[in-house]
Design a protein around this ligand. Structure first.
Ligand code: DGJ
Length: 732
C-alpha cells in the first residue's frame, strides 16, 4: 500500500466519525417534482441506493423504506446489490461501476462516504457526493442535477487519485441505478446508415444485456446512445412506469443492463471501455459523460415531453431560439455545381419562401478537387474552378436573392488524396505497421493531439471570421475511427478513443464560445451523431440520409422519444418519388422543415403547394418547435401514424396524420387529440391542400370543444395509400 500518511490519517478520522454516527446513517434525497432518488450511507459507511421511484409524499417515510430494502434474507449485514457506485473486487458479484488496478497491482476499490452538498442551480438542485477508498488515495465525486419541473436528472462522476504513479481504469461508469420490479422490458434504438432509430423491445432475462458501439467518432451508427426500460410491462405510450435514459458522449458508449440472482436490475451507463484501459495520472480528474434520464409513471409520451422540454431549456445550443427553413443542394446537385448554378438555387430558395440556402459538400480542394468523395477533405480552400470568386461571391448572391447562406464542412477528416495529408500524414489516426483500411475513402484526424485540435478549430474559425455572412454550418462526420492507432499518443493508446472525443469537444466548445450566434447542424452520414453532449454545441441534427417519407415516419417517431422536433432536421427530397410531394412535405413538416430537391423538377402545382406549406409551417412554429408533442398513433402498431402539437397557450394546435398502407376494409378509428384545453372551442381546418383541391375532412371548418376532440376524436384516417393530412386547430 503506497499512499501518503496524511491521507491515511485524515481518512481514518473520517471513518471513525462515520462509524460512531452510524445510527444516523446520512440520507441524501435527490428529487424532481415527480421522482425521488434516495441514497443512504450504510452501517458500514458505504453509500447505497435506498429508493428510486415516484416521489414520496412524506419525508419521514424515507428511512423506513431504506431499511426494508436492505434487509438481507439470511439476516446478514450484507447490502449487496444496491451500492451507488460499486467498485471492482468488493463483495458484490455483479457488474461494477468502476474498475481500477492500483499502482501495487491490487484490483479492488471500496468507496466510503465522505461528504455531500446540495445547492440550487438554474432549473433544479445539484447534489455532489464524495466517496473515498479506505486503503488507497482514490476518490470519486458523484454529481446529480435534478430538474424539478421537467422531471429529468443528469448525473456524472469525477474520479481522481493521489497514488504515486498512474492507476489503470478499466471501467468508469457515469452512474449506476437499481430497480426492484417483477420484470423489465428494454426498448433499444438500433441504427445503420439510412436506417436510424429503429425501435425494438425485449424482456430482460437474468444475466446481462449490453448496448454499445465501438465506432469512435460517430457514436450512434449501429446503435443510438439512448434506451427505455418498461417496468413490469413493455414501455407504453400513455401509461406505466418507464426509465428513459441517454448518454451525452460522441464516442463509444456502453449501457449494461444486468438482472441479478434475486431479479433486481442494475443499469450502468458508461463510456465503452473497449480498447480503453485509461492510465490516470495522479491528481488528473477523469470526468465521465453525463447520463440524462427521466422516470415517467405515465408512459413514454410523458417521458419524451420531459426530455424534449428539458433539452430546449437546458441543453441544445439556442434551445429556446428560432430555427431557419432552408434549401440544401446535396440531393439535387451532389458535387456538380458552379457559382451561377448556386446563385440560381438561391433565387429558387427565395421563391420557395425558405430562410436560407445551404451549400453542401464539394466546394473546396484545388490540387485535389472535391469532385467526388475520394479527394480533397482537409483542404478547406474554395475550389477555384467551380467558385472562382470564392465564398464572398456566394454570400453576396444570397444577399441579392434575399436568403441567408449556410455551408457544409467535415473538419475532423482527411482524404489521403489531399494536401493536408501530404503535409501531415501523422495527423491521421492509422496503424504504423498494417495495411490501412478506409471508410468512405477517408481517415479521421487525431484529435487527441492538441496541435490537430488547433488546426481543426482554425479551419472553422477562419471560415467564419473571413466570411461573417456565413449564417449556418452543417458539420458532417462521415467515418468511424478506423485503424485505431494514434501516432501522437504513442504507448498511451488506451486513451485514444476517450481523448479523441474530448479533443472534438474542445474544438466544438471553442467554436461555440467564439461564434455563439451561428446555428449549426450536427450531421454524421445521416443521423449517426445525435447525443446530448454534442448538442450543447449544435442547434439541430440531421436525422437520416433516408428521406423516403415512409421510412422517415419510423425514423422521426423513434428519435422523437428523446429529442424535440426543433432539433430534428427533416428535408423534402426526391427519395421515393412514388410518394406525392404533399406527403413528403407533410412528413418533413412535423420536424424542422427543409428542402433538398430540384425545384425545377416540380410541377407548378407542386411548387405552389410547397410555398404554401412553408408559410403554414412558419405560422405553426410556436406549436411544432416550441410547443408540446403528443404521439397519438404509432406506425409500429398499424398502417397509420398521427402526432399532434399544442402551443404553450393552448390556443393553437396542429395534427399530422399519415395513412401508410391501410388494409382492405380495415377498421379506421377516430384519432383522439391530446394536450388541448377541454373547455376551449377549436376551429378545425385542414391545411396543406394541393392547389385546386378541397378538404374531404368531415370536420373541416367546424368547431368542437377540446374535450370532444380529446375524447371522441376526429375521423382523419383514410384507406388511401401513402396519404397525409395536416389539420390546424385554432381556439375561438
Ligand atoms: C452525408 C450527409 O448525411 C449528407 O447529407 C451529405 O452532406 C453528404 N454527407 C455529403 O458528403
Amino acid at each position: 500500500m503506497k499512499h501518503s500518511l496524511l491521507f491515511t490519517l485524515l481518512f481514518g478520522m473520517i471513518l471513525i466519525c462515520q462509524n460512531t454516527n452510524g445510527a444516523e446513517r446520512k440520507l441524501i434525497r435527490i428529487s424532481t417534482n415527480q421522482t425521488d432518488l434516495i441514497l443512504q450511507v450504510g452501517e458500514n459507511g458505504r453509500l447505497y441506493q435506498s429508493y428510486f421511484g415516484e416521489k414520496l409524499r412524506h419525508a419521514s417515510d424515507m428511512e423506513a423504506l431504506s431499511w426494508d430494502i436492505h434487509a438481507a434474507s439470511d439476516g446478514s449485514v450484507s447490502q449487496r446489490g444496491w451500492e451507488v457506485y460499486s467498485g471492482s473486487g468488493n463483495e458484490d458479484f455483479f457488474e461494477p461501476a468502476i474498475a481500477i488496478t492500483h499502482t501495487d497491482g491490487n484490483p479492488s476499490t471500496w468507496f466510503y462516504y465522505v461528504s455531500s452538498t446540495q445547492q440550487p442551480v438554474p432549473g433544479g438542485t445539484q447534489t455532489d457526493i464524495t466517496l473515498r477508498d479506505d486503503q488507497y488515495p482514490v476518490e470519486v465525486t458523484l454529481h446529480y442535477v435534478a430538474y424539478a419541473e421537467e422531471n429529468v436528472i443528469k448525473t456524472w462522476s469525477e474520479i481522481r487519485h493521489e497514488e504515486k504513479k498512474p492507476i489503470r481504469l478499466s471501467a468508469y461508469a457515469s452512474a449506476m441505478l437499481y430497480f426492484c420490479r417483477n420484470s423489465y422490458y428494454l426498448t433499444e434504438f438500433s441504427s445503420d446508415w439510412a436506417k436510424e432509430a429503429q425501435m425494438s423491445s425485449q424482456r430482460l432475462q437474468p444475466g446481462k444485456k449490453i448496448l454499445d458501439t465501438k465506432l469512435g467518432s460517430r457514436a450512434a451508427m449501429h446503435m443510438h446512445p439512448f434506451f427505455m426500460v418498461g417496468m413490469n410491462q413493455p414501455a407504453q405510450e400513455r401509461q406505466g412506469e418507464v426509465l428513459m435514459g441517454t448518454l451525452g458522449w460522441t464516442g463509444n458508449f456502453r449501457f449494461t443492463f444486468e438482472v441479478d440472482n434475486v431479479g433486481n436490475l442494475r443499469v450502468i451507463p458508461a463510456i465503452n471501455p473497449y480498447a480503453s484501459v485509461y492510465s490516470l495520472q495522479p491528481n488528473e480528474v477523469f470526468t465521465t459523460p453525463e447520463f440524462i434520464f427521466t422516470l415517467s409513471t405515465e408512459g413514454t409520451g410523458q417521458g419524451s415531453r420531459n426530455l424534449q422540454a428539458w433539452a430546449r431549456r437546458y441543453q441544445l445550443k439556442d434551445g429556446m431560439g428560432d430555427r431557419m427553413t432552408l434549401l440544401n443542394n446535396w440531393e439535387n446537385t451532389a458535387f456538380d455545381f458552379d457559382q451561377s448554378l448556386l446563385a440560381g438555387l438561391m433565387k429558387e430558395a427565395k421563391d420557395l419562401g425558405v430562410d436560407m440556402f445551404l451549400l453542401d459538400d464539394g466546394w473546396f480542394g484545388n490540387k485535389y478537387p472535391r469532385n467526388n468523395d475520394r479527394a480533397g477533405l482537409g483542404d478547406w480552400e474554395v475550389n477555384r474552378t467551380k467558385l472562382p470568386e470564392g465564398i464572398p461571391a456566394l454570400t453576396q448572391a444570397a444577399q441579392e436573392a434575399g436568403v441567408k447562406f449556410g455551408i457544409w464542412i467535415e473538419p475532423e477528416m482527411v482524404n489521403p488524396k489531399s494536401e493536408l495529408y501530404e503535409r501531415h500524414p501523422d495527423w491521421a489516426i492509422h496503424y504504423p505497421n498494417r495495411e490501412t483500411y478506409y471508410y468512405r475513402n477517408q481517415l479521421v484526424l487525431d484529435l487527441s493531439n492538441p496541435e490537430v485540435q488547433e488546426y481543426v478549430y482554425g479551419v472553422v474559425d477562419k471560415l467564419l471570421t473571413e466570411n461573417p455572412d456565413i449564417a449556418y454550418f452543417k458539420w458532417d462526420c462521415n467515418s468511424p475511427i478506423t485503424n485505431i492507432y494514434s501516432p501522437y499518443l504513442k504507448e498511451r493508446q488506451g486513451q485514444l478513443y476517450i481523448d479523441h472525443v474530448r479533443g472534438v469537444y474542445n474544438v466544438m466548445r471553442r467554436v461555440k464560445e467564439n461564434h455563439p450566434a451561428t446555428p449549426m447542424m450536427l450531421c454524421s452520414g445521416g443521423g449517426a451523431r445525435c447525443d446530448y453532449e454534442a448538442l450543447k454545441y449544435f442547434t439541430e441534427f440531421w436525422c437520416s440520409d433516408n428521406t423516403d417519407p415512409v421510412e422517415r415516419l419510423y425514423i422521426q417517431w423513434g428519435f422523437s422519444h428523446f429529442f424535440p422536433a426543433k432539433a430534428m432536421c427533416a428535408h423534402v427530397t426526391s427519395w421515393n418519388k412514388a410518394a406525392s410531394v404533399k406527403f413528403r412535405t407533410d412528413v418533413a413538416s412535423m420536424c424542422k422543415l427543409g428542402f433538398d430537391i430540384g425545384l425545377k423538377d416540380l410541377s407548378a402545382d407542386e411548387l405552389e403547394y410547397c410555398r404554401e406549406a412553408v408559410v403554414n409551417w412558419k405560422r405553426l412554429k410556436p406549436a411544432i418547435l416550441d410547443g408540446t408533442q403528443y404521439r397519438l398513433v404509432s406506425p409500429y402498431e398499424g398502417n397509420h401514424m398521427a402526432v399532434n402539437y399544442v402551443d404553450a397557450s393552448q390556443e393553437k394546435a396542429v395534427l399530422f396524420v399519415y395513412d401508410i398502407h391501410p388494409r382492405y376494409q380495415e377498421k379506421l378509428l377516430p384519432v383522439k387529440l391530446q394536450g388541448l384545453d377541454p373547455d376551449k372551442m377549436y376551429r378545425v381546418e385542414e391545411i396543406n391542400l394541393m392547389p385546386g383541391t378541397t378538404s374531404t375532412l368531415k370536420a373541416h371548418g367546424r368547431i368542437f370543444s377540446g374535450d370532444y376532440l380529446m375524447k371522441a376524436g376526429l375521423d382523419v384516417f383514410t384507406f388511401g395509400q401513402i396519404q397525409s393530412r395536416v389539420v390546424e386547430l385554432t381556439a375561438q
